[in-house]
Design a protein around this ligand. Structure first.
Ligand SMILES: C[S@@+](CC[C@H](N)C(=O)[O-])C[C@H]1O[C@@H](n2cnc3c(N)ncnc32)[C@H](O)[C@@H]1O
Length: 301
């Protein structure tokens, strides 16, 4: 992402935007939106910053303005950012989010974790998973609603390892394997573990990080079966991995799937039903559905 578009907006529009991302979320890749209050003495006058990979065209700016109905005179400022700088700039707008019992924040807000919530500290980085994407927040809510504490967990496509860290903190007896096809993401995940005081290892409460494409590394099979698998990837890789994922799930275990769009949910669900799993729930989640499956078996569904 190397372009930044800034639009002044009213506080009401900025607050409504948090709920109103579907129109943008379907873009590939979805742009990152940050709202801020440039002048604390004028709390009604806010600013929307959008970070994009490509230069925004007039159609995109018009679409954004339709999302700011109370800011009619908003003039868009478009600027190209040096490749390295957008992360730092976007970081300034990463306000904490709550999802279920989880509170995701950057180092800047480390002191603001409410005592009843589980804090997860994540910095903006080139790895996916700051909690601000609906898929990540939806997975956190699904983890929050698990019917029982998991003991043996696989976080497939871990990105920053935010979901794995949330699981380690919420369920200290869980043993967790967190894998990603992308080696730089695992590097970021390692830093994120450290920032959260979570140890990399194989004991309960620890997370083992691994670079792996799907189930191609033997370590994934060695720890099977998992009583919780979370896979926030994209629809096509999920479909391709459906048999491997289904085989890795323990009877009675829970599978949380994300990364698919609403119109891809039937195809993804069909692949996992075909692989022998039973659907338990589907959360529409702002156009990024969360699908939950289990494997029937002794003591299971
Ligand atoms: C949408 S991000 C999810 C990150 C994080 N789990 C979250 O929920 O925010 C998807 C991640 O899956 C990884 N990924 C994509 N295909 C994969 C595959 N075949 N095997 C393992 N990881 C994969 C990507 O590198 C990326 O880090």
């Amino acid at each position: 992402m190397t372009w930044k578009l800034t639009l002044p907006c009213s506080k009401a529009d900025a607050e409504a935007l948090a709920e109103d991302i579907p129109a943008l979320a379907e873009l590939d890749p979805p742009p990152a939106l940050m709202t801020s209050e440039p002048d604390p003495s004028r709390p009604e006058e806010m600013e929307l910053a959008v970070y994009l990979e490509d230069r925004p065209d007039e159609d995109f700016i018009t679409l954004l303005k339709t999302l700011l109905p109370n800011s009619p005179s908003a003039e868009a400022v478009v600027e190209e950012l040096p490749e390295e700088d957008w992360v730092t700039l976007s970081q300034q707008g990463l306000d904490p989010i709550e999802a279920g019992r989880f509170y995701v924040h950057t180092a800047r807000d480390a002191g603001t974790v409410p005592s009843q919530l589980v804090g997860i500290q994540v910095e903006a980085s080139r790895a996916f998973g700051t909690g601000h994407h609906p898929t990540t927040a939806g997975c956190l809510r699904a983890i929050d609603q698990l019917p029982a504490a998991p003991e043996n967990v696989l976080d497939l496509g871990t990105g920053t390892a935010l979901l794995a860290i949330g699981i380690a903190k919420a369920f200290p007896s869980a043993q967790i394997l967190a894998s990603d096809i992308d080696a730089p993401s695992i590097h970021v995940a390692r830093e994120t573990l450290e920032a959260n005081g979570v140890t990399e290892g194989d004991a309960p409460g620890e997370i083992r990080l691994l670079v792996a494409d799907g189930f191609e590394a033997p370590e994934l099979a060695l720890r099977m079966p998992y009583d919780l698998i979370v896979a926030n990837i994209l629809a096509q890789p999920l479909i391709e991995l459906s048999s491997d994922i289904a085989e890795a799930l323990a009877p009675g275990g829970t599978l949380i799937l994300a990364g698919l769009l609403t119109d891809q949910a039937d195809a993804v669900a069909g692949a996992f039903r075909g692989a022998g799993l039973d659907p338990v729930a589907a959360d529409p989640n702002e156009g990024w559905p969360i699908l939950i499956f289990t494997r029937a078996g002794l003591g299971g569904a």
